[in-house]
Design a protein around this ligand. Structure first.
Ligand SMILES: Cc1cc2nc3c(=O)[nH]c(=O)nc-3n(C[C@H](O)[C@H](O)[C@H](O)COP(=O)(O)OP(=O)(O)OC[C@H]3O[C@@H](n4cnc5c(N)ncnc54)[C@H](O)[C@@H]3O)c2cc1C
Length: 299
């Protein structure tokens, strides 16, 4: 896999999430002639796929979630839009707008729409406290810091196993604690040097910096700990983003507290429903378009 972190693609609107909210935002941004990027994990969207039958999406009485999902994807494809199968791990403001970081690439965008759905992740104890102090979510970004050192990788998906192989090229010792189901791990050949430890991660341990992980089977120690999951905690995705008890805080235009960052769908709160998600996706896209046009008029 290419790890050229200098590669830059530039977009008007970068949409994080390829569920109903993200796809609706994408088609509306494209209709307004903006260069749109859609980022999604490899299945868009598990929630829609699992909906057994949907009775409340206007015009599609009693449709199966999977059938509606296919229609959404066909719509996006018919408009010439592509979904990048990249999990975005960080969004950072810069002088031109935003830099988005994925596992192996950077992207630049004038605006960002967060449509990442509801997060079901429960961080392990002390994970957030040690983030940036020995705990990392990105092997490509932080792996080189541990050259010749010992690392632990807590893998919750196939990507975590691939990252263990990548870290084995750099670190002096890689200990893998895998929570990946056997069928999901198929096709991955682990580097022979990787030490596999069984157990369920309970807590990050350390003092000022993280020094290890407490598992239900005992403690393991290292200089750095990598945690690789399917999704990223929303408050870790965009530093400085405001939240309410319902989700990401937005106004009626979908604008968050960070100028140029908008949000839509389940990630901004209940009711967790399709029509709401697609409607909010449209509102966020039109707000992003307005924001870009105003920036252009001022320059
Ligand atoms: C079993 C079930 C039945 C349902 N039935 C109905 C129904 O009958 N009627 C109804 O209106 N609603 C129903 N819903 C709810 C509906 O599916 C959701 O409200 C809708 O899918 C929300 O859309 P969304 O785009 O906000 O989020 P999601 O559909 O959750 O999509 C978010 C997407 O973003 C991706 N993502 C997250 N983080 C990142 C990242 N960092 N980088 C890249 N991609 C990322 C996720 O992988 C996901 O694909 C049902 C849900 C379920 C689970």
């Amino acid at each position: 896999m290419s790890r050229d972190m200098n590669v830059f693609d530039t977009f008007d609107i970068a949409i994080i999430g390829c569920g109903p909210a993200g796809l609706s935002a994408a088609i509306n941004g494209a209709i307004r002639k903006k260069k749109v990027a859609i980022f999604g994990t490899d299945f868009c969207s598990p929630k829609l796929h699992h909906a057994p039958h949907i009775d409340n999406y206007l015009g599609f009485h009693n449709i199966k979630g999977e059938e509606l999902r296919q229609r959404f994807l066909q719509h996006v494809t018919a408009m010439g839009l592509k979904i990048s199968q990249s999990k975005i791990t960080g969004v950072y403001p810069d002088q031109n707008g935003f830099t988005l970081q994925s596992r192996d690439k950077f992207y630049a965008a004038k605006t960002v729409i967060l449509a990442s759905g509801v997060s079901t992740i429960k961080p392990i104890e002390q994970e957030i406290e040690y983030l940036g102090r020995g705990v990392s979510y990105c092997a490509t970004c932080d792996g080189p810091l541990y050259k010749g050192k010992k690392v632990i990788i807590l893998a919750y998906n196939k990507e975590g196993l691939e990252e263990a192989n990548f870290l084995a090229e750099l670190a002096s010792e890689v200990t893998l604690v895998s929570q990946v189901k056997e069928q999901d791990a198929q096709g991955i050949q682990l580097d022979k040097s990787i030490k596999v430890v069984n157990g369920k991660p309970l807590r990050i341990i350390g003092e000022i910096w993280a020094t290890g992980v407490a598992l239900d089977s005992g403690e393991i120690h290292a200089d750095g700990i990598f945690i690789i999951r399917d999704s990223v905690l929303p408050d870790q995705l965009v530093p400085g983003l405001d939240f309410s008890t319902k989700g990401i805080k937005v106004d009626r235009t979908g604008a968050t507290n960070i100028p140029g960052v908008f949000a839509a769908g389940d990630c901004i709160g209940a009711p967790y429903q399709l029509s709401k998600a697609t409607g909010e996706g449209q509102v966020a896209a039109l707000s992003a378009v307005k924001y870009i046009d105003e920036l252009k008029a001022r320059s």
